[in-house]
Ligand binder design. Structure first.
Ligand code: ADP
Length: 423
């Protein structure tokens, strides 16, 4: 089987978000952690998503990594690529959204693409080129204070322009509302005028469907995950994938469950509080972890005495004031690193104790845990919440289930709901 649509995501939870949206079609979706080796001869799925960790890498490194991912996908038949980034357009004037797009355009030999981070189901919409998070412009949302990619403007054309060499254009909502054929005409007009990078407005999933129809033959599509929802259907209509997907069947996973949370986002804090009310709970303290091996040894000991099947959570999730205090004491990077290292070690211990169901909260945390479980290939199952699927992987011949939840996704009862779904 060859790849019909090759996808590259700039972080792990973003990749699983896109994989979940594509898997709604019932088609098989493969999720790879990092670029697979050139020798990887595993059968590709019609939709393959490669998760990179290149959102805030130096531009040249990000371009190198995405080119390598594109090579792997194209060598397995992908003539069309999807570059997935966050629905809050997380980037800086240097990149990496624009520079990676231009590199991929050159690789694919194409001269126009679109930029559409809208995800209406999760409250991200674009009107007159301005990105909204819920009912506020991006630059008035908490993203204004993001430590790595503070978003201080909501206008996507202004955000994109310094990131690219080519010209940036816009298709306004009144034109989007006229449907796919009209949008395709607008894109041709812009191409005729040498405008390569187009931001289309989108305030509803119907708008995204119309845009998707217009760009279905583009060699490169870029955006959030929601834009991809209709692609499987459109590719099936062209005969590039089977007419309909078969319903995804979750493989049976043995017993045992654990929630590991290193996210301090507002929604994760509510989710940790909700779950801790009826689960055995252990809180990790970054300064104690940094102090020496004792804190981690105690956590390992705690985990070893837990019933694998009983609900349990280990978290470093903390209120902003506590995070600031830990960061002041240890430095931002070290505070994050000790937590990620501890959760990674505990995930590996949990597997050794027979636990086969992992709920992980946090983008960086997800990266650390999947790496600890030595997982480089996941198959994608049903969504627990929009953009958060159960995934399945093998380790030492045993199947395990894992879900990677980015900070603000899911509702308060997400952890309970996730584990309930596996029965
Ligand atoms: P999110 O998806 O919510 O952004 P991430 O896992 O990507 O979550 O990022 C959270 C970061 O904060 C991680 O690097 C994690 O190790 C770090 N962290 C977690 N708990 C604390 C804490 N109590 N103090 C300082 N840093 C923390």
């Amino acid at each position: 089987m060859s790849i019909a649509l090759g996808c590259i995501a700039d972080d792990f939870t973003g990749a699983s978000d896109l994989a979940a949206i594509l898997a709604r079609s019932g088609h098989k979706v493969g999720l790879r952690i990092g670029v697979p080796s050139a020798k990887d001869d595993s059968e590709p799925a019609p939709f393959e998503v490669i998760a990179l960790k290149c959102r805030t890498e130096p531009v040249d490194d990000a371009i190198k990594a995405t080119r390598k991912a594109a090579d792997w996908l194209m060598a397995r038949g992908a003539g069309q690529l999807y570059w997935k980034y966050c629905s809050t357009f997380d980037s800086t004037p240097d990149g990496n959204i624009g520079p990676v797009s231009e590199a991929l355009m050159a690789q694919l030999g194409t001269s126009q693409t679109i930029y559409c981070p809208a995800f209406p189901e999760n409250g991200r919409s674009i009107y007159m080129g301005n990105l909204f998070v819920g009912d506020v412009p991006l630059d008035e949302s908490p993203m204004r204070h993001h430590p790595l990619t503070p978003m201080r403007d909501a206008n996507l054309m202004r955000l994109l322009a310094p990131q690219v060499q080519g010209k940036v254009g816009h298709i306004a909502w009144p034109d989007i509302a006229k449907g796919g054929a009209h949008i395709a005409g607008q894109l041709r007009g812009l191409a005729y005028n040498g405008i390569q990078h187009i931001v289309p407005d989108a305030i509803s999933q119907a708008d995204l469907a119309a845009i998707c129809e217009a760009v279905q033959d583009f060699k490169l599509i870029t955006g959030g995950s929601a834009l991809a929802l209709d692609l499987p259907r459109l590719l099936a209509a062209k005969g590039r994938v089977a007419p309909t997907g078969t319903d995804i069947i979750a493989p049976a996973t043995a017993r045992g469950n654990i929630v590991l949370s290193g996210s301090c986002s507002a929604m994760t804090r509510a989710q940790v509080a909700d779950y801790s009310a009826h689960a055995a709970a252990l809180r990790l303290d970054p300064p104690a972890l940094a102090d020496g091996p004792d804190a981690l040894a105690r956590a390992r000991q705690w985990l070893a005495t837990q019933d694998p099947d009983a609900p349990k959570i280990i978290y470093a999730t903390a209120e902003p004031a506590d995070v600031t205090a830990a960061q002041q004491k240890l430095g931002r990077e070290k505070a994050g690193q000790v937590v990620e290292d501890a959760l990674a070690a505990l995930a590996s211990d949990a597997f050794d104790h027979g636990i086969r169901r992992f709920v992980v909260a946090g983008g960086e945390t997800s990266g650390a845990v999947t790496q600890a479980l030595a997982t480089d290939r996941l198959s994608v199952g049903r969504e627990i919440a929009p953009g958060v699927p159960w995934c399945f992987a093998e380790r030492n011949g045993d199947t395990f289930a894992i879900t990677l939840k980015s900070g603000n996704f899911g509702k308060e009862d997400f952890f309970t709901r996730a584990l309930k779904m596996l029965g």
